[in-house]
Design a protein around this ligand. Sequence first.
Ligand SMILES: Nc1ncnc2c1ncn2[C@@H]1O[C@H](COP(=O)(O)OP(=O)(O)O)[C@@H](O)[C@H]1O
Ligand SMILES: [Mg+2]
Length: 754
Amino acid sequence: MSEVRALLLTDVVDSTQLSERLGEAELAALWAAHDRLARDLLPVRRGREIDKTDGMLLLFEAAADAVAYAMAYQRALAKLNPPLKARAGVHVGPVILRENSQSDVARGAKPLEVEGMAKAVAARVMSIANGGQTLLSADARNALGEITLRVESHGHWRMKGIAEPIELFEVGEADALFVPPPDAAKGYRVVREGDVWLPARNIKHSLPAELDSFVGRRETLAELARRLDAGARLVSVLGIGGTGKTRLITRFGWSWLGDFPGGVWFCDLSQARSLDGIAYAVAEALAVPLGKEEPVTQLGNAIAARGRCLVILDNFEQVSRYAEETLGRWLKRATQARFVVTTREVLGLVGEETLALAPLPAPDAAVLFVQRAESAKRDFQPTEEDRAAVDPLVKLLECLPLAIELAAARVRVMPPRTLLSRMSERFKLLSSTGGRRDRQATLRSTFDWSWDLLSLPDKAALAQLSVFEGGFTMESAEAVLDLSAYENEPWTIGTVQSLLDKSFVRRASDGRFDMLVSVKEYASEHLRTEGRFPGSGPAALAAAEARHSGYFAGLGEKRAVAGACVEIDNLVAACRRAAARGAAEESAGALEGAWAALNLRGPFSVGVELASIVSGTPGLGKAARAIAERIAGSALDASGRTAEARTHLEAALALAREAQDPWCEARALANLADLRDGRREEARASYARALALARELGDWDLECKVLSGLGALETQLGRIEEARAHWEAALALARKTGTGAGRAACSAIWAACT
Ligand SMILES: Nc1ncnc2c1ncn2[C@@H]1O[C@H](COP(=O)(O)OP(=O)(O)O)[C@@H](O)[C@H]1O
Ligand SMILES: [Mg+2]
């Protein structure tokens, strides 16, 4: 006969690590203390021990007893030396109890056996909990009734061997952390979408991957969750560079994904300088193609359409003057969306809540140091003295994560005790010369200290790398870095590797590298300031920028759009700089690449702006002017300014003919014919000429484009047979050239018309 009981399962976490750290005798004593306290707590709650391994299986009459026991047990574990943490799971359900006979017990059997599904459920619930966390099944929650402890839902979970997802709750003291447990092999969070349960991890998002371990911050994460739960629409996370703002909100996004069925959208504004720049970064994160209407409105609609979503805007400080026009409007339009912003200063929007991010608490800072030291030096084996140096060292660094990472990268060459003495000296020097010791100054001194230890070529390379916008590859670094002035001209790849080892440069994604915003600012300042290293100064900046724009001007349209246009920021910067320098031809080359990317990804207005800057560059040859005019026309057309577009395209056509550039002529003709301003006969003639030129030039891409343009035109004119012939030809060509995108587009148009 089964009876309903409460089952509590516990499991001490990291017990294998403990056994590595402690001696056997110490470990045995710790377990003895654990068992003692666990058993001493039982009678008060009328609990019964059923089984024991690393944790325990306990049986209680009522859910309230099981929960009260769990709370007391967790508190007692934290007081052990070393403190322990356990996961705990409570479930209430029917169990079959079976007493073993006296003689079996005498032979070592447990006195009481518990059978039934409820045991499996309790085990699954427990296995999902974080260390120190007590989770309840929905049945346990219901059986509990009203209690004074805090109980919060962590959503529904599908668990191995259990038919339907179960809602899990966490119970804890009012000040406990309530961090959602991560998905595990045997249980993962699900959300209901219509009448099916989808894994929460399938929720759409654009969060960057976390490439190294995350430390601490549980209180802050929980606080952020509390604010949003309590109805905050906008929370600004404040702090100086290097405090860990980006890292915190990235972790928040990953951990709370399940709470936002509308997705979590991470927008990096570090490249944004204008209203359009913001719109572009957000459109990119949300994967919204921007049409011809006003972008901020379009994005407001797109965010609203996602319902309960989280939009993260990282690095808002440099565009904060546009906060009202962008974020302010989105807050009003998308009423279910939540926004989290990181910024060095408050934005000042209505309803904005702020969360000042302090550096890490000292123990977490020490953990971060050790972890980064371990990954910098595989066989990092600190002596007692080194261990003792870590705490004062992180204190000296004011527990600033970025400062800690820079210092820890140095354990490759000097142990923590040496680090501590060298850095102390340096910082003393700073305060004796009247330097202020605030966090900003600490970070600065850490940068300086770490910089001073670089070899000269490493310094020059780091400084020069600051001319990249949006990251670099080994190939582009080789093209842009010039280390020939330094002894035994070092190998670029080796230099980049050395900067990676020292945490100045980081690996971004497949084959790409970048620098944190604060590092880039520091490096850039050194490049442009005279006397920072032999060779630094305005001339060095100009030379590095010239190599940068030279490289990107020659990239070509195909590579400009490769990898979902990853080089777009470099291309735009290259174009602006070449024009500013008066390198006319180069600016036109960079413009072609930049527009190829902008045309796909926006903002179109930047295309208009760049084309006009390039057109105004003195000394621009006819062919280059033709390119600039054509791109101005194309960008204006994309922005819906058809009449202006025509003027520029006609100018481009005339210039291309004068310069005898059939390639540009053909494209200008095609662009002109693409204009939808009702001049259909003229358009047909332009297409025809463009087609002939494209065939002469053997430019299949253009030929394909022109053919589909012709198809569209004939459809408008109601000449379906002609349209069909053009599209068939376009499709055949796309198949031949193997351009997947072209083929897909043609097939789609084709299907739509037949
Ligand atoms: N809690 C943390 N755990 C692990 N690493 C962290 C943590 N906080 C910050 N870091 C690391 O410190 C560096 C600076 O943090 P970041 O978030 O970029 O600072 P901010 O955005 O405030 O300038 C990054 O390399 C980041 O990964
Ligand atoms: Mg940041």
